[in-house]
Design a protein around this ligand. Sequence first.
Ligand code: GUN
Length: 233
Amino acid sequence: ASKIYVNSKAKTFKKLNCYSEIFQLDEDVSKERVISLIEKLNNDSLVHGILLQLPLPSHLDAYDFLSKINPLKDVDGFHPENLGLLFQGTPRFIPCTPLGCIEILEYYKIDVKSKHVVVIGRSNIVGKPIMSLLSQPFKKGNATVTICHSYTKDLSKYTMSADIIICAVGKPNLINGNMIKDGCIILDVGINRINDSSEKGYHIVGDVDYDSVIDKSHSITPVPGGVGPMTIS
Ligand code: GUN
């Protein structure tokens, strides 16, 4: 998923005639090396935005680095200062995947006010910021938001009462047609690589069993081609 995103970001920058540079570090890179690269970019006046692609290898803690990025260059909105601003209702940079989801809801004129939105996944990248955005009194806000995660008992109990489901877990087929109510709107944020016998050797699916929900749901974002491109945008 990271490679797909990073390459798409670089391609989009090129298309827009903007400059971008990818620093691909070794998997066993030291904490000091990553911090020194971040500091170099923080101090480079020609660099206006820094994205640290997540997830990181298991020996590194994302917080150690995200908190070192200059908050004014933190276009991902993951620095504690930017997350804090979002959570107190005065956002500066909004994380791009949640923003892409909001854009989709706006474009299709899907009202969220007083609706029950079930967010599955509690990551800092998607789950927590989208919960914050949709529950606050913003233009696309004032929803009742339930956050589900790996310790949620009986996930169906929540998804069955959802007007809108936003699923960002990374588990193929986590949600199927028996778990949703008629007319549910689904944003599938999952990106999962499934190995197959095609020329490429794999295909990409989301977290939702698309075929089983397509007749029952009001609408669903496809994977690939749904939330992913909006995140890049
Ligand atoms: N990994 C998955 N989504 C994202 C994202 O939006 N930004 C970064 N930096 N890493 C990610």
